[in-house]
Design a protein around this ligand. Structure first.
Ligand code: WQD
Length: 341
């Protein structure tokens, strides 16, 4: 009997890709989503990839009573918690929206885990907890977390602390916080991918929308940073690699006989500049992008990328896809949703 894994926010970008990889690895994912930040049409597109619609439940993660009922009636063996808002800029304008949903939703799920410590829990954290690592470019899990520069970042920083405190009080719980770097790209089928609500905040969706004519021009925020080409550097990880890391995390936690709270970097271990990503997109897709340089964006980290040794030693996972795979798949996805040949 396939183990059931509850995937909160499973209709979202990373959640839907993780649902595909869970099924490929023999799990039976149950999507829990209220579609406030995703589109239910993903279910039909997932069916085209995996052969049938995954089981799905409409539920707000803050509804703890409903969560308890689901855990009891669906014999859930694991939980992966994606459901949260993630737009850095929006979180500055509307912090309470982020604290009420991201923190209250996490606490609601953790209350259920506390009652069922035999159920492993994986948390969607972010490299944003490192802030601007003083003088460092490459960060490992022992690099000190710094005070985040946005309420969104704080919900990840505090989220990890809440999980750590829960573990210290409940040593049987098996929990893992995965620190994502910059997720990009889409499933090779072109059937699922990133669907930003409104104007994209993140770089690659803005690039693909510019190439599709949805946005007039890409502004590269800053060109005189102390980096190889003056533009910011990030660790861009293919979303399918990221999804596979979640499966490995669940495999690992299920194999344990005792409790834990692990924090693990999930990146490629390589830095790519904004300009390098733009040029890779143009070259791989044979598309000329309309871009110009604009002012720096406040709060931007200059350069950060992951040390990924621990992900390999603990989970036996490392990324296998590169920037070319990501920009090609992202463009295929954009063309499919815009009906561009
Ligand atoms: C990347 C680089 C921008 C848009 C954020 C969150 C992080 C994670 C990923 C959720 C920066 C530059 C961008 C544009 C640009 N979120 N850029 N023009 O800020 O590294 O990380 O998203 O999982 O937690 O903090 O990602 O894609 O916004 O920016 O020049 O139109 O691209 O300045 O240098 P970021 P990003």
């Amino acid at each position: 009997m396939a183990k059931k894994v509850l995937v909160t926010g499973g209709a979202g970008y990373i959640g839907s890709h993780t649902v595909v990889e869970l099924i490929k690895s023999g799990y039976d994912p149950v999507i829990l989503d209220d579609y406030r930040n995703s589109d239910a049409s993903v279910l039909k597109r997932l069916a085209q990839i995996i052969g049938k619609e995954p089981e799905h439940i409409v539920c707000d993660v803050c509804d703890q009573q409903m969560l308890e009922h689901i855990i009891e009636t669906h014999s859930i063996s694991g939980v992966i918690h994606f459901a949260a808002y993630k737009a850095v800029g929006e979180s500055v304008e509307n912090p309470l929206k982020y604290y009420s949903n991201n923190i209250a939703g996490l606490v609601s799920v953790l209350n259920v885990i506390k009652q069922n410590p035999e159920i492993p829990f994986v948390f969607s954290s972010s490299c944003t907890v490192y802030g601007e690592p003083e003088g460092l470019k490459e960060v490992d899990e022992k690099t000190a977390k710094s005070i985040p520069t946005s309420p969104y970042g704080y919900t990840k920083w505090l989220g990890e602390q809440i999980i750590e405190d829960l573990f210290l009080a409940n040593k049987k719980a098996r929990m893992m916080s995965l620190r994502y770097f910059n997720p990009i790209g889409a499933h090779e089928s072109g059937l699922i991918g990133e669907l930003p609500v409104g104007k994209p905040n993140n770089l690659l969706p803005f690039i693909t929308q510019t190439a599709a004519g949805i946005q007039d021009k890409l502004f590269i925020f800053g060109q005189d940073y102390p980096t190889s080409d003056g533009t910011c550097v990030r660790d861009y990880i293919h979303v399918v690699d990221l999804a596979e890391a979640h499966v490995k995390a669940m495999d690992h936690l299920l194999s344990l006989q005792k409790g834990c709270h692990e924090t693990v970097n999930v990146g490629t271990g390589k830095g790519t500049s904004v300009l390098e990503l733009v040029r890779a997109f143009e070259k791989e897709n044979n598309v000329e992008l309309n871009y110009t340089f604009g002012p720096k964006r406040s709060g931007d980290v200059i350069e950060i990328y992951a040390n990924v040794d621990y992900a390999f030693s603990l989970l036996g996972w490392r990324s296998t896809r590169d920037i070319k795979d990501a920009v090609r798949s992202a463009w295929k996805w954009e063309k499919s949703i815009r009906n561009i040949k």
